[in-house]
Design a protein around this ligand. Sequence first.
Ligand SMILES: *[C@@H]1O[C@H](CO)[C@@H](O)[C@H](O)[C@H]1NC(C)=O
Ligand SMILES: *[C@@H]1O[C@H](CO)[C@@H](O)[C@H](O)[C@H]1NC(C)=O
Length: 424
Amino acid sequence: MAFRVRNPNSLSLLLLVSLLSIASAKVFFEERFADGWENRWVKSDWKKDENMAGEWNYTSGKWNGDPNDKGIQTSEDYRFYAISAEFPEFSNKDNTLVFQFSVKHEQKLDCGGGYMKLLSGEVDQKKFGGDTPYSIMFGPDICGYSTKKVHAILTYNGTNHLIKKDVPCETDQLTHVYTFILRPDATYSILIDNVEKQTGSLYSDWNLLPPKTIKDPDAKKPEDWDDKEYIPDPEDKKPEGYDDIPKEIPDPDAKKPEDWDDEEDGEWTAPTIANPEYKGPWKPKKIKNPNYQGKWKAPLIDNPDFKDDPDLYVFPNLHYVGIELWQVKSGTLFDNILIADDPEYAKQLVEETWAKHKDAEKAAFDEAEKKREAEESKDDPADSDADDEDEGDAEDAGEESDAESKLESEDSDDAKEADKHDEL
Ligand SMILES: *[C@@H]1O[C@H](CO)[C@@H](O)[C@H](O)[C@H]1NC(C)=O
Ligand SMILES: *[C@@H]1O[C@H](CO)[C@@H](O)[C@H](O)[C@H]1NC(C)=O
């Protein structure tokens, strides 16, 4: 066996097979934003009337691993953005669906989306906006300190369903690749930078269908069900004379004042204090109930409203990909959008694009930060004015919030753990 695996012929055969499988990948849409991208994309007129439609900047951004590798970036603050591209309509029935793109928040994003949508059927792209129905919405969303997550919204039977799992998103100012994989066995995976962050089933991680089983509504707790965990100890007896112990006693330390005049002041009596011996009405001590049957739970039965849908994962008329966002602070750059049927192909694309350039991008970012800090300290002599201090505070707060959100997600993991334990 070992010999065969090492045999160079079977190795090259393996290689050939893996390349063939990639060569056979079906790519429904791939956009690397090379020249001519504007012919493939339609900017929506949504929010134009109100002067609230933001402009896209075709750029590689302020820092990048390759200045010639451009994408599209939101360029105006407090604006709505809506742009979409069409591809030949297809159904993902019996096939894996891969939806992938890269996103870089060059601004320190405090509130804004970085997600994309897949739309079905016929859409008037000039009117594409927040109200346009979509099939899948996927990607990072950041707002304040509490929302830093990957959205994965699936539309089923006209209703948008949020994923029930918490998937934290990246929050730095560098490019990251988000991948959503949906398989014909109704399982899915979410990857960031080619690393799987979440995986599971459409049945368990969204509420697309009514639950398979429900608590039997006709079940009743049996009369003789013993759900008392503790009971009074039948062996425990009230000690003799217990009820004779007074609640209060005369203060043994009190003394009749020297100048007390029995005739004038009446007979002296010591003031009373709480009796330390008094322990309240007698109660037998509690012991574990040997007959305890646990908390009663209604048995689960098949839900009569549940009807399985073998096509739960199917989107039969996928036809457009769009970006529809509100951004308080602009600077989000999208690139390398892929809609295909092959996770291996998608993975390779990430290797060829993001992975190849990420170190250079990080170096460029660090350089840009150094420059910015140097300029800021040049502008701000030691006795900085109030404005500068405000800026500094805001940044500190931002850093704190990252730490806080990490803590939060750890907390929620703990909570989930606790839930699991409870279920067990
Ligand atoms: C587009 O992005 C480049 C690179 O960051 C920047 O220099 C330029 O000012 C931007 N243009 C607009 C219109 O925002
Ligand atoms: C689809 O939605 C309609 C209306 O809300 C509802 O009556 C029907 O039961 C739903 N079907 C499924 C399969 O969920």
